[in-house]
Design a binder for this molecule. Structure first.
Ligand code: SF4
Length: 322
């Protein structure tokens, strides 16, 4: 079955306006350019080829992206871009799926999305797809890509698998260090969109920005767009008043501590760079801290190897003294 046969109602101009307005707001682009973004989306509708690879991961980033409601991820995937290969979302499998991948690689000029870490140990034997080590698949797919977007903590810096025995890394980084494993692929624009999992809006806006302007947004030293990762959680936290007045959660089950600062329960907010406090999750329903869970700094390259144990106040990680 071809993925096009799953086509849902197409994106309307109203949907395009929404995505364009969202993208302009996220990247600090003048709203006057919204019509240009809409035009680019309409011109590119269904044309921009995307390959989505998945290595060592839990598929959480895919799930997070598919949860997008406005507009639905299905509409984005089927109407705004041409998703040529995605192990979870595509209907094809086996030889059919591999043929779609090879045909797109031969065409070139696509956006490569990488989800999951890349295990380098034992010549990549810890993760193989269709009999090939993931390291090889990433290398051959990256060569003809126009741009690479790494989604989630694993594909960016190694994530949770980095603390295991497989030498799991992101496309460019092992934690905070560049590993140079894929240098022979050649220079490519690489955009890192960490957090565990990916936030769907950050990917949608990044793809739309690329389709509109043909460039990547301004990035920091770890290839994260400043627009999403330029601010500190702690400086914007709804519990900040309680931190300043020394009211801390010491017992998750104590109702008298409701809304208190979570730093003694391991909150890494003082060093976490993201905008979850503003963007929120699950279609803007809530986010970790408002739900009573400490921020684990999953947007930082140190996550999880250097930030664990998650529920302990870890001064070594650069948290301020209390
Ligand atoms: Fe919020 Fe965490 Fe900072 Fe406390 S330590 S104010 S919970 S970000």
């Amino acid at each position: 079955m071809d993925i096009a046969s799953l086509r849902k109602p197409e994106l309307t101009r109203r949907d395009f306006m929404k995505v364009a307005g969202m993208t302009a707001a996220y990247f600090g682009i003048s709203q006057a350019l919204t019509p240009q973004i809409v035009q680019a989306l309409e011109n590119n509708a269904g044309k921009a080829a995307v390959i989505w690879l998945e290595g060592q991961s839990c598929t959480g980033c895919t799930e997070s992206f598919l949860n997008n409601l406005e507009p639905s991820a299905t509409s984005i995937l089927l109407d705004t871009i041409s998703l040529r290969y995605h192990e979870t979302a595509m209907a094809a499998s086996g030889h059919q799926a591999e043929a779609a991948l090879q045909a797109t690689i031969a065409e070139g000029g696509y956006v490569l999305v990488i989800e999951g870490s890349i295990p380098l140990a034992e010549d990549g034997a810890f993760c193989t797809v269709a009999g090939k080590p993931f390291t090889e698949i990433v290398r051959e797919t990256a060569k003809n890509a126009a741009a690479i977007i790494c989604v989630g903590a694993c594909a960016t810096y190694g994530g949770i698998p980095r603390s295991g025995p497989t030498d799991a890394v992101g496309y460019l980084f092992r934690g905070k260090e560049l590993h140079h494993y894929f240098d022979d692929v050649g220079a490519k624009p690489v955009i890192n969109l960490p957090t565990c999992p990916l936030h769907n809006e950050r990917l949608t806006a990044t793809i739309v920005h690329y389709l509109t302007f043909g460039t990547v947004p301004e990035l920091d030293q770890y290839n994260r767009p400043y627009a999403f990762y330029g601010k500190i959680q702690h400086d914007n936290c709804t519990r900040r008043g309680n931190y300043d007045t020394g009211r801390f959660v010491t017992d998750f089950g104590n109702p008298d501590q409701h809304g208190f600062c979570l730093i003694l329960k391991g909150c890494k907010g003082p060093v976490a760079k993201q905008d979850c406090w503003d963007r929120k999750w699950n279609n803007r329903g809530n986010y970790c801290i408002d739900a009573g869970h400490p921020c684990v700094a999953c947007s930082n390259p140190e996550f999880y190897e250097d930030t664990s144990p998650l529920y302990a106040h870890n001064y070594d990680f650069g948290l301020p003294p209390l």
